[in-house]
Design a protein around this ligand. Structure first.
Ligand SMILES: C[S@@+](CC[C@H](N)C(=O)[O-])C[C@H]1O[C@@H](n2cnc3c(N)ncnc32)[C@H](O)[C@@H]1O
Length: 265
């Protein structure tokens, strides 16, 4: 976890690239979360460049965004400038003093960067009674097994310990959504926490395609690639580009956006 939290600082090194090549989140998820939210303002933890923020802000909500990396926050501030209800604060969630009772706390692709020993307590303190905690992540799943095997072969040269990069998941190996909340979201430690109830898991599937060059640009924004030495990163990205080019020049993912929600009692 310490190493993981160090990795949480790397996104800002490529903030504009992050904004250009990272995928967003399904509008259906945004609508579902807002429909379930309690009354009052919303809080976003780890807003990054605003890949989720803008979709929520477009609904005209009162939204406070926490983003501790100044380079990510600068892109975010530009993107939300047209939304008068949105403000950006440069604190980590762990050091931010809650100022109001929030009807919604959401976090996109960022909850795993928050101290796991403290994040549930912090969420409980920030949410008003009846407020909704909504945590979501994108997982990119490959249906082309030959392409996936060739890309994993590249990974093995750089991460012999078996770290799983963005193309490591085959669609047929991914959980089907039939697990219980506790099985699927055990790491969140919300199950059995008396402060939270109405635990719910939802999945949204959609298609995402990249050209070989754009896929390399996307990979360069991921924490595993960012923490490679620059020469290794460049070599690895060239190797990935060659593999995708040899497979027709395009890579298609089914994205599974998984959403966990819990209501503050
Ligand atoms: C993978 S990015 C996700 C950004 C954005 N939510 C998105 O969906 O693209 C993770 C973000 O969490 C931020 N972050 C890392 N540690 C944090 C912490 N302790 N408190 C709040 N944000 C944090 C990082 O600076 C980074 O912008």
């Amino acid at each position: 976890m310490t190493q993981q939290r160090e990795r949480s600082n790397v996104f800002g090194e490529a903030a504009d690239q992050y904004e250009a090549f990272r995928p967003g989140y399904p509008e259906a998820l945004v609508a579902d979360v807002l429909a379930d939210a309690g009354p009052g303002p919303a809080l976003e933890v780890g807003a990054g460049t605003g890949k989720a923020t803008v979709a929520f802000a477009a609904h005209g909500i009162d939204l406070l965004c926490l983003e501790p990396d100044a380079r990510m926050a600068a892109v975010l501030a530009r993107r939300v400038a047209g939304f008068p209800g949105v403000s950006v604060v440069g604190d980590r969630f762990e050091t931010w003093p809650p100022d109001r009772g929030y009807g919604l706390l959401y976090s996109a692709q960022a909850w795993h960067w928050i101290d796991p020993a403290r994040r549930t307590d912090l969420a409980a303190a920030a949410l008003a009674p009846g407020g909704l905690l909504a945590l979501f992540w994108n997982a990119s799943l490959l249906g082309d097994h030959a392409l996936q095997a060739a890309l994993v072969e590249v990974d093995e040269r750089y991460w012999p310990g078996g770290e799983r990069t963005a193309h490591a998941y085959r669609i047929d190996e991914y959980p089907t959504g039939t697990e219980t909340f506790e099985q699927e979201w055990g790491e969140l430690a919300l199950h059995g926490d008396a402060r939270f109830g109405d635990l719910r898991s939802r999945h949204y599937r959609w298609t995402l395609r990249y050209s070989a060059a754009d896929y390399a640009s996307f990979l360069a924004t991921t924490s595993l690639y960012r923490t490679l030495e620059p020469a290794d990163r460049s070599q690895a990205l060239t190797a990935v580009t060659e593999v995708v080019d040899a497979a027709g020049g395009e890579i298609e993912f089914t994205v599974d956006t998984s959403l966990a929600t819990a209501r503050r009692g």
